[in-house]
Write a protein that binds this ligand. Sequence first.
Ligand code: IMP
Ligand code: MG
Length: 184
Amino acid sequence: MAQNDMDQDILKVLFNEEEIHRRVEEMGRELFSRFQGRDPLFVGVLNGCFMFMADLVRASGLKSELEFIGVSSYQDATRSSGVVQITRDMQRDITGRELIIVEDILDSGNTLAFLSNYLMSKGASSITIVTMLDKPSRREKAVRADMAGFVVPDEFVVGYGLDYRQMYRNLPYIGVLKPEVYSK
Ligand code: IMP
Ligand code: MG
């Protein structure tokens, strides 16, 4: 791997680049068999989805459109505030569309509970939730992923799109951030 300035802030690597790649390829194949010929609309949840979305849509090989929606609930903390706000809305009509929501991590479930309601209220005909990571130990809302890349323990993780204060998103692996980095 190329040199980087972030490795020193990582306590341990949970999933390396190769493991992520293999898992995303599998998920892509599964999406292809579920959605082939059905014209689904991928909806990526910004900002965390950007890397996973790019890899997943290529791995799926589906003839499909892409959309993005921006939400925030964290306000720079490591715990969800529970209040979800749309920071960037979608640019098209989703009436009658089958949506594949692409998220970086399902944690408390606040974001995806809110988004599922919101997108159904806008007329989506179905919602399939695909998340790279699932942290079930911290769930507050009854939301489950239809497909999850990996289950993670109750630790704050970064990389492959996931951030702490908008940083570390560009790490090619997923790792646990050293607690001293956010308790400083
Ligand atoms: P939820 O609303 O608590 O399910 O959280 C969803 C959002 O919180 C994700 O899209 C992430 O942006 C963020 N998040 C939750 N856990 C982590 C973590 O361990 N690292 C980085 N971001 C996280
Ligand atoms: Mg985030």
